[in-house]
Design a protein around this ligand. Structure first.
Ligand SMILES: [Zn+2]
Ligand SMILES: [Zn+2]
Ligand SMILES: [Zn+2]
Length: 349
């Protein structure tokens, strides 16, 4: 009989979605902090900022003027990382110096005309409008012949390198699949061919059985600190039904997604009593015209905060050169989040 305990002994866990490992060091949680602390971000954001290039009616740096929009607003990024008219081509020197043209399209989406209203502060009905536009954009960009993959993502907070506090996300369409969903696609394909069932469907069942890491749940979605979480308070949002993209959500599922997004983001804000920084985004099946029975859509939240509003986790040293590592276990993180996510919420409509 082994004495090994997940909550006590150093170990590594496999990320079933990426086939990568994470090192967990539960015995280290008491070590004193002598590293960098961040300034607590100021919490006074005005509802309208005349200098913001996303606020309604304002001029953008590229010269365009925003309409006086009243709910969401999507525009092509004025300084895009990808361009649709990039000529096809590439180079390959002995398989060592390999390059490929990457046509693509980058859009920006404002969640609300309000400069100071984040997802966590919007009413569920307003979040639902955001979900609807995400779905439209996924369909519209995915239907463009050169765009085989659509990535929706939000960087929230200066700590995540977000340059503008106006609540917004970005939607990038690309010809190739980016690294992260590509790894997940490989793992999901391999699992399907090996077991005949869906990796994420089986993971949902396993987490419901374990009951240790679920932090929120409604009729159609669950939020869980994944078994293999790297970031201290990482959350994975999973639909119960086997669906490959936002496009397949029913009306009731869109409502449930909106509700759990509101619940997760506002719960995060309560954790350290701060506008919680994170990168979040959806992973969905590619828009390459193929069928993808292996794909089960989901959303990730990767927040950098470690133990307070001012102490962040850095991925450096061993994590850059070896394997990501965490101290607080996913189970302990889930316990703390569950308290904050469970608070009865009323819409601040
Ligand atoms: Zn603004
Ligand atoms: Zn599934
Ligand atoms: Zn994913």
């Amino acid at each position: 009989m082994s004495d090994f305990q997940l909550q006590k002994h150093p170990h590594r866990r496999l990320n079933a979605l990426t086939s990568e490992w994470v090192l967990v060091s539960p015995h280290r949680t008491q070590r004193p902090w002598q590293g960098q602390t961040e300034d607590r971000p100021s919490s006074s954001t005005p509802p309208y900022d005349p200098a913001c290039y996303m606020c309604p009616g304002n001029h953008r740096a590229g010269g365009a003027q925003n309409p006086v929009y009243t709910s969401t607003y999507v525009f092509d990024n004025d300084y895009p990382a990808l361009l649709l008219d990039t000529p096809i081509g590439g180079s390959d020197l002995q398989g060592l110096l390999v390059a490929k043209a990457e046509p693509g399209l980058c859009r920006v989406m404002c969640f609300s005309p309000r400069h100071d209203r984040s997802l966590s502060q919007m009413a569920v009905g307003e979040v639902r409008l955001v979900v609807d536009v995400w779905t439209q954009q996924y369909e519209e960009m995915g239907a463009m012949p050169r765009l085989n993959y659509v990535q929706i993502f939000e960087n929230r907070g200066a700590m995540m390198g977000c340059s503008n506090p106006h609540p917004h996300c970005q939607i990038w369409g690309s010809t190739s699949m980016p690294n992260e969903p590509l790894k997940e696609q490989a793992a999901q394909s391999e699992y399907l061919s090996r077991t005949g069932s869906c990796l994420v469907c089986d993971y949902v069942t396993a987490e419901r059985r374990a009951k240790e890491r679920i932090v929120a749940e409604n009729h159609h979605f669950m939020a869980v600190v994944p078994f293999w979480a790297v970031w201290p308070f990482e959350v994975l949002l999973l639909p119960f039904r086997h669906i490959a993209s936002l496009r397949e959500l029913s009306v009731a599922e869109r409502d449930s997604l909106s509700a759990i997004l509101r619940q997760v983001t506002s719960g995060y804000d309560r954790l350290f009593d701060v506008a919680f920084p994170y990168s979040m985004g959806f992973h969905q099946q590619p828009t390459d015209g193929q069928t993808h029975p292996e794909w089960h859509m989901h959303a990730h939240f990767f927040p950098p905060l470690l133990r307070s509003a001012t102490v962040r986790k850095f991925m450096v040293g061993y994590e850059m050169l070896g394997t990501p590592q965490r101290d607080i276990t996913p189970e302990t993180a889930a316990e703390r989040l569950r308290e904050k996510f469970a608070t009865n919420q009323t819409d601040q409509g």
